[in-house]
Design a protein around this ligand. Sequence first.
Ligand code: MIG
Length: 786
Amino acid sequence: MLEDTSFAIRPDQGMNEEKNPFQDIGNAKNISKTENEIKISADNGELAVVFYRDDIVRFVFQPLKEVMLDSSPAIVLAPEKSEVKLNDEKNAFRLEAPKLTVLITKTPIRITVMDSQRRVLFEQKEKGIGFKPTGEVICHSTRNHEDHYYGLGEKTGYLDKRGEKLTMWNTDVYAPHNPETDALYQSHPYFMVLRNGAAQGIHFDNTFKSTFDFRSEADVYSFGAEGGIVDFYVMAGPGPKDVLEQYTALTGRAPIPPKWAIGYHQSRYSYESEQEVRELAAIFKEKEIPLDAVYLDIHYMNGYRVFTFDRERFPEPENLVRDLKEQGIRIIPIVDPGVKEDPEYPIYQEGIYGDHFCKYIEGSLYFGDVWPGNSAFPDFTSSKAREWWGEKHKYYTDLGIEGIWNDMNEPSVFNESKTMDLKVMHNNDGNPKTHRELHNVYGLLMGEATYDGMKKQLGGKRPFLLTRSGFSGVQRYAAVWTGDNRSFWEHLQLSIPMVMNLGLSGIPFAGPDVGGFAHDSNGELLARWSQVGAFTPYFRNHSAIGTLRQEPWSFGEKYEQIIKKYIELRYQWLPQLYTLFAEAWQKGLPVMRPLMLEYPEDENTFNLSDQFMLGNNIIVAPIMQPSAEHRAVYLPEGEWVDYWTDEVYAGGNHHLVHAPLEVLPIFIKKGTVIALGEVRHSTAAADSKRILHYYYQPDSTSTFKMYDDDGTTFAYESGEYCLKTFEIKAMNREISLKISTEGRYEPEWQEVDIILHDAPELTTVDVNGEMKNVEKNTEKTCTIHL
Ligand code: MIG
């Protein structure tokens, strides 16, 4: 047996290169094969190749030992049967699966992965896989000068990560959204490579602190980690959307959110009393500004003890929750992981008696200083502890609460290292591992505990969970907000590529604190940010203690009117957004998309970081500079129509557009449809109408889908939904429409209007073979009532 040296020396012991040399995997010695799994023993360890699907292959290299095929909690896919042929050639092993070919040279071992078109997805030449005596592991791949890199979760900087070196280590950095900030709250050791219009994905399934190096000088990129093994999946694409389908098959998809979770949310650190929350709701009502949720930050608790209310400030939380829900407003309390060390506090008692808290290997508890003071931390790597924590949420669900906000779950601790002692030994269901190894999955597992617990208690209703920390797969449980940004224009700008890359990392439900968290916001910034917020998947205004108030009316009438208009617009656009959330659930595609996802061959889109798409036919190009009323907008091929004015723009061009403070530039692609509804004060209000806008394009056929369901239960998973498909044929002087419906859900809305934009003068339109009258509205639009 090979000797295990991986724990002998730690990377933090500062070994130099000479004493800690890089060791290559070495030469192949033996090969063995079962159905879809190949194992090759090498000079310095063992390599396994496992075909998960025809288009997903996994490589696992274990230095100095035999391979164990464990996975991180990111992975939900089990290997499906895939036919693999093994050819033992003179210099290499060739593995042929229906959509992938893997070539592994023997002396030394170097891996090449190709798709069925012989397109190279991954390739090693000089440098391959290796490790260091200190336990670090690394994997190289050749890079092409055409490569662009996306994904990698929550990172600052521009959209394309080419030229960057990025670290995955969940960290609470206060007000951190600066280009030089690397490690943030979430870790997604996954990226997509775009090369000549085609794409492939790599997921590095290692939970240790990991690094991705795309700095462009050499012809190689690499990913590696401080410990563990080299374990990565290659996803074949060939389109960027295919990669997302593959990646979310591997790590899971986001469930469709409850409708109320995609309305407008108002938060503040903190609304400190029941009275204050009621008054807040009353102002929204009086001003007729739509609202679906109010957040309770840490001051609602009794001495920051989770699962309690401060009974002086919140004497009757049950009544508060009920009364607000009657107005269509949900209450979302914050829940941090730290449990106050207090022998008279039942949660602490239960945690101790039930053995649910994190401990050192010798058996003593770990304590860290957080909001409640000295605190113990649930060990979410233990399924028993997760179950317990989940059950505790009955405290909230019994009060009528349906949404929870998880913060500080990196976990963040008020000490120099900002987190738990890395020597803490997590239980990990009988496979103990240090915090150094499992730090990055702490938030993900807290999310699992919380979501699963709430789901059981809500009697079939969809829970809503918001999380700050996470790891690949967090989309299965939670929406993600990007943490403590600041009320800076630069942070508004940075939020766009950040949320787009979260979307390219499988997380469709994300958004920043609108208006900015730290520092004082101002009317112009809040107005522009609310315009963007209306179109980001998650829309919450949140601000820090001690900063200027930031509710929509905080900066005077002029700004209030603009902010209100865009919150109303959000509600009008909910049917369109909801259809996109359903697509995210089905295919893993993001709601908010970079243009490169739709136009991967158009190099103008590769690093376009200040405009975004909703789905495949809408471009939003916000103004994100103070005192600016103009900006350049790039519109890709096709023709694009200004949402506000119906002006037509030629694609494949940059345009200078005029957008005074009350205007957010929005463009719809000609020949397509958007589905809107009416302004409502909350998603709880009646939803009686759909208004479809068709942007006429002569001599074209287009198909458009609109999704709906009850918005509250999981019945959609078993066919209780309504998917309407519209097929539109536009001839020169005729339009015909075929509408078909799939699914068993009978929607609340019965009335459907179709507004034709820029269509020729028609008196009738053929709808499913019946001639319907057309009513002229303006120069540019007319309406059909279905
Ligand atoms: O140490 O709960 O990112 O949204 O308002 C700060 C107070 C703790 C950080 C979160 C922020 C929240 C704040 N929290």
